[in-house]
Design a protein around this ligand. Structure first.
Ligand code: NDP
Length: 338
């Protein structure tokens, strides 16, 4: 019997939180590679918060996924047939081939994965796009100095956990914000953060102030919303804020109620000479080699560590993705596809 290609497509655009009806599992034929192409079999699929943006039609830095199109995503895949001399059957690569079992590629945008160096899933996490986001955003924009206080939210995830660990390597004090006591204990006990604050606990502003007695010099923004509200009064003069993500608002359908707080923010930027800079990881593509070398060496030496949350089966990707936006993942969320 011929193999089937299962693929998860965008069935409808969510208004607010996505639910399973916004996705559809389809079956089709496995594509055949033409001259110069390879056939890729997905082994692991990365699930990332940015995918929520691709489900919306709103203008952003990347094109949305079309209705009926395969959900976008990066995978670690195995070459299972090759008409391209650069790739052999059995090679492992990363590819942006989406939520499906198989895809063909001309080989141009593939990145080789060497399973002898590190487990292949790390190419989607600590040694992949999220890791590079943490490394470039923190070091290029945040520029932490010894003794300074670095705060990061979504701190138990792949971006935040590396931000805190690099801050420590650079001699700064790392304070993580995460949802729930278990994630906070992990930050302190396993990742070596100096302090951890539960954003679901009581009195976030008070708890954060207590964890940052000298104020905040670098705030790596992953979240926005109530967390940013708690951070803003604590930012020191000349604090740096790499604006990486705003996951608390990805499902928002309207602006929060209440008075316009923009003047408060603008006044803080002016009087405290704050530096806020948004970035997309690919802005720093020229740092990819340095990132791989340096974080690879830290990983090998045990100076950084990581945690993965592995979900079994492509069919479970929608549920896992929906859960990630609610904080149900604990570590880099990856789907084992084959
Ligand atoms: P995570 O695996 O950390 O998943 C997102 C986490 O966000 C959840 O687990 C949850 O953790 C937290 N969260 C969700 N809602 C809220 C909320 N209302 N308040 C506080 N925390 C919340 O994701 P990543 O490490 O992959 O990504 C982290 C951020 O980095 C995201 O904003 C993402 O979009 C951004 N990003 C940006 C890139 C860029 O190029 N600019 C590239 C890659 C990622 P908890 O249980 O702790 O609340």
């Amino acid at each position: 019997m011929a193999e089937i290609n299962r693929r998860i497509v965008l069935a409808a655009r969510p208004h607010g939180e996505p639910n399973p009806s916004h996705f559809r599992l389809e079956e089709g034929r496995v594509p055949a590679p033409r001259e110069g192409e390879v056939l890729l079999r997905t082994r692991w699929l990365s699930l990332d918060p940015y995918m929520r943006g691709r489900m919306s039609a709103a203008k952003s830095y990347a094109e949305p996924v079309g209705i009926g199109e395969v959900m976008t995503g990066e995978v670690v895949a195995e070459v299972t047939a090759s008409n391209n001399p650069a790739y052999q059957v059995g090679d492992l690569v990363t590819a942006f081939s989406g939520w499906q079992d198989y895809a063909v590629s001309a080989g141009k945008a593939l990145r080789r994965v060497d399973p002898a160096l590190a487990p292949p899933t790390t190419a989607l996490g600590v040694l992949g796009m999220p890791g590079m986001t943490a490394y470039t955003g923190l070091l290029t924009i945040g520029q932490p100095k010894p003794g300074e206080t670095v705060v990061v939210a979504a701190a138990a995830g792949p971006v935040g956990s590396l931000v805190g660990q690099i801050a420590r390597i650079r001699g700064a004090r790392a304070v993580g914000i995460a949802g729930g006591p278990e994630k906070c204990a992990y930050l302190r006990d396993e990742l070596g953060f100096d302090a951890a604050v539960d954003h679901r606990g009581e009195d976030l502003p008070g708890a954060l102030a207590a964890a940052c007695p000298n104020g905040i010099d670098v705030y790596f923004e992953n979240v926005g919303g109530a967390v940013f509200e708690a951070v803003l009064p604590l930012l020191n003069d000349f604090a740096r804020v790499p604006v990486c993500g705003l996951v608390a608002g990805y499902n928002a359908t309207e602006l929060p109620p209440g008075p316009d707080r923009t003047p408060v923010l603008m006044r803080a930027i002016l009087t405290r000479r704050l530096h806020l800079q948004g970035f997309i990881v690919w802005d720093f593509a020229d740092q990819a080699a340095a990132f791989g070398r340096e974080v690879g060496a830290w990983l090998k030496a045990g100076r950084v560590t990581y945690r993965e949350d592995i979900v079994e089966g492509l069919e479970n990707a929608p549920e896992a993705f929906i859960g990630m936006l609610q904080g149900r993942n604990f570590g880099k969320l990856v789907v084992r596809v084959a």
